[in-house]
Design a protein around this ligand. Sequence first.
Ligand SMILES: [Zn+2]
Length: 485
Amino acid sequence: MKVLSSILSTAIICASTSFVYAQEGTTTQTASAPSSYSCDPATCKPSNNCLCASSNPPNGLDPKETPQFVVITFDDSVQDALYGTAQQMLNVTNPNGCKAKGTWYVSMQYTDFSLVQQWYAQGNEIADHTFTHVGTPSAQEISSAKSMLHEYGGIPLNKIQGFRAPFLNYTAETLKQLSQQQFSYDSSSSASSESDLFWPYTLDYGMANDCWTGICNPGLKLPGFWEFPMYAVMNNASVPQLMDVYLSGSPEDVTKWSLDAFNKHYNGGRQPFGIYVHPTHLSSYPGLPDPKPLMDGVINLIKNLSETKDVWVVSNQQLLAWMKNPVKASEMANQPYMKCEKPVLPSEICNGLDDNNSGGIDDSLLNNCNFGTSNFKTCFNCPSGAPSVSSPTPGSSTQNGTAGYRYPVPASCDPTWWDPIGNKCFCDASATNCNYKNMAVATNKTTNGNGTTSDATSVMTTLPLGQIIASMCVALLWETFSYSR
Ligand SMILES: [Zn+2]
């Protein structure tokens, strides 16, 4: 019943979204640069944490010397099967030998916080997608999710920098809230035509994407707060496809649309390219169609992109670090935020990693918290009651000084170094040696920008023929379905 009512309510959203998309597609035919947007690059400079919306790389970098970023993002709750799907999609290597990284926009219900911690411990990004998964969210919907990711996933508050609105349903008020709550960026807007194919930019001079909604009207100015547009792929009818593009055509078609879009970025202004996924569509569930053909298509696409010269598959936070200090592709491998190191620890601690190389992560160290829609595992204390939007982190079920108490991560320690049971940081300012292992593997991609695996200006692929033709609507229905289960 609950699932049914969710689906019905989504169908209503869905109907209006289809209309919006048709309207947006039509607008594309005659689109021009948003006339209301004006920003002077002579005064708005990266050195002042300001960047104008532009289809060219920042700081006057030559596109041919600019890294081609690919961001792969995952939305909604983090659960075992979904986590496995996401891991498979990131199983490619960057030119410096480090594994690709991704960003997960996490909603709270049905999320397993031990997996949130594991995702972060592998160098991926955790971002906010509200508590209840509602569009045009209240301030509390945004802040409660951030609190829970911190309390039960151990994610440092200053590492939760990004936000995406459920159903991409955001307003100027949402963006103001995010800026006030110390987020660094939003990624809910769409770049759906050549006229708004912008690199990420700050909102010192307002929005330059989704202008058809009125969001670009003068008045919204959020200095130093970034917008990361989501980049659309055009289908055969030149209608922009944004999320879960693999539901909109056969794997063969989707790959062609995606490569066409990618090549426009790659051979043009090198704007980042995005693959935006609800991992639930690509995970197997009893009684539902086998998602393998779709998954194979997406994985082949990611492999092809990652083998293209100067392509880096990064989290939005890694991209943000680059935006703040842009460097040439030839210098990417040396950037600290592109490294991949794993702490070397004397024994297993509850930090989201397999510290004793047993093949298991946090062996027998996790707490199980059971509250109906919030059954989750965590390295930290279970709450005394079910978390809610108004009380996301109720008091702990175990008190300090009693057996089984877990110590929260202090601000001075990264959770990958923190033992919440032993109350010890294995690497902080007072530690004499922080022992790391470099996780980079040998790669046949060179790190000086002269990639050897592919020198082509376009990429080719072969794919199994698939089925399934679906629409944005189906994507939204699926999202609601997965969230309800
Ligand atoms: Zn969502």
